[in-house]
Design a protein around this ligand. Structure first.
Ligand code: GDP
Ligand code: IMO
Ligand code: MG
Length: 421
């Protein structure tokens, strides 16, 4: 048995949570492989809406196992909030959610450091989610981080040592850390909550499950254009969001990878700073934001919106080895007369279809215009009902990207998902 991966191809918020939930009945295990509570994965079903940050999106369907892999970073206080909200709504995760001993812990001072480093960058700030993601991954690579497995032995001693070092740095930035005792209290309460769950050697667990013919879905967070190596650096997150990140973040070998589901919106969005070639500053951008309800699920920030960028998508498909595409939020384009898609960039007067090193300056998108379908698709439940102009749009995308679009999403609800034949 092989392990399938579902990941974002754009700048995050493509709808990963929704589709992982839809696909979950086909799987025994769902495992998150990177990122942390910078993620906000939204699911809607039976009239209710849930936002998951660290818990995998496979927890709502049946009794399957969910794993937080070694590549993930966990903030115990946010984890506690998330789990308690789920428990209150009647979803008990005990014995169904396991946590890798090798996952790193986001400390309260990591969050403070995130704020310091952002402030120090001034107008070059990344626009992080402020959840301490960068400092935690930095410390992992610096070999001084604390892991979930550390909680089990002499934790206080290890914690104090790391904290002392952080406080020294915070002092240099003249950071006001007076909130630390309150934040720490919540954090240690979170740690107690975390300990209610089983810590596992997830790489052993997952490889044994593969041997036992269990079906596993690896869930990504963020998106390819936010990948630390291949995204729009430095305006990226601090983990590998791409398919190779699933090998690293779960401990599975490349030949064990099966399908790679690449998920994208029928247009583009981005939160935080950084280049965005197809960004729209006009009323079309506003319509996309309002109709698509493009406001961050973690920070509430309005998302920047623009037309579909096929240059960036082609690149993302190449890097990830995408075998199937999933197109989200098609319904948001339901009312447009004309829909545009960027097929190439003009740089220094030359047309380029390969994603360049630098997209920060001097990139002009070259658009192909397509006829809008001007039909409300949100109540359709089969592709037979799709308008011709919409089918033409999908056929155009498939031709440009050379990968089939297998699933189309026409609304936030679980039911608003069409599997194509
Ligand atoms: P994720 O981080 O990739 O899981 O995506 P988010 O949950 O952050 O953002 C996707 C947003 O779009 C959420 O508010 C979803 O409820 C919503 N959504 C997902 N699919 C669709 C769709 O097909 N149409 C519409 N209108 N909204 C959708
Ligand atoms: P999901 O999983 C969209 C963005 C931030 C910022 C940059 C770095 O819901 O798709 P970080 O806090 O990671 O250091 O911020 O990455 N970012 C996301 N944008 N969706 C996300 O997650 C994101 N997680 C981080 O806005 O630009
Ligand atoms: Mg999100």
């Amino acid at each position: 048995m092989k392990i399938d991966i579902l990941l974002g191809l754009q700048w995050g918020d493509e709808g990963k949570g929704k589709i992982v939930d839809v696909l979950t009945p086909k799987y025994n295990i769902v495992a998150r492989f990177q990122g942390g509570p910078n993620a906000g994965h939204t699911l809607e079903f039976e009239g209710k809406k849930y936002v998951l940050r660290s818990v995998p999106s496979g927890i709502f369907q049946g009794k399957n196992i969910n794993i937080i892999g070694n590549g993930v970073v966990i903030d115990p206080s946010l984890f506690k909030e998330e789990v308690e909200a789920l428990e209150t709504s009647g979803h008990d995760l005990k014995k169904r959610l396991f946590i890798s001993k090798k996952a790193h812990l986001i400390l309260p001072t990591h969050r403070f450091l995130d704020a310091c480093y952002e402030a120090a960058k001034g107008d070059k700030k990344i626009g992080t989610t402020g959840k301490g993601i960068g400092p935690t991954y930095t410390e992992k690579v610096n070999r001084s981080g604390l892991r979930v497995g550390d909680i089990l032995h002499n934790f206080d001693e290890k914690y104090e040592k790391v904290k002392k070092n952080h406080l020294r740095i915070l002092q240099q930035y003249e950071f006001d850390d007076s909130a630390l005792p309150t934040v720490e209290k919540a954090w240690f309460e979170g740690l107690k909550k975390l300990k209610e769950f089983e810590f596992i050697d997830s790489e052993h667990y997952i490889n044994q499950a593969i041997k036992d013919n269990k079906k596993i879905l690896a869930e990504g967070a963020q998106g390819t254009m936010l990948d630390i190596d291949f995204g729009s650096y430095p305006y990226v997150t601090s983990s590998n969001t791409i398919s190779a990140g699933a090998c690293l973040g779960l401990g599975v070998a490349p030949q064990k990878i099966g399908e790679v589901y690449g998920i994208f919106k029928a247009y583009c969005t981005r939160v935080g700073s950084g280049p965005f070639p197809t960004e729209l500053f006009d009323e079309v951008g506003d319509i996309l934001r309002q109709k698509g309800f493009e406001f961050g699920s973690v920070t509430g920030r309005p998302r920047r919106c623009g037309w579909l960028d096929l240059v960036a998508l082609r690149y993302a498909i190449m890097i990830n080895g995408v075998t199937q595409l999933i197109m989200m939020k098609s319904d948001v384009l339901d009312t447009f007369d004309t829909i545009k898609a960027c097929v190439a960039y003009k740089i220094d007067g030359k047309e380029k279809t390969d994603f360049p090193f630098d997209i920060e300056e001097g990139v002009t998108p070259i658009y192909k215009e397509l006829t809008g379908w001007k039909t409300d698709m949100t109540k359709m439940r089969s592709e037979d009902k799709f308008p011709q102009a919409f089918n033409d749009y999908v056929a155009f995308i498939e031709k440009e990207l050379n990968v089939p679009v297998r699933i189309i999403s026409i609304g936030p609800d679980r039911e608003q998902t069409i599997m194509r034949k």
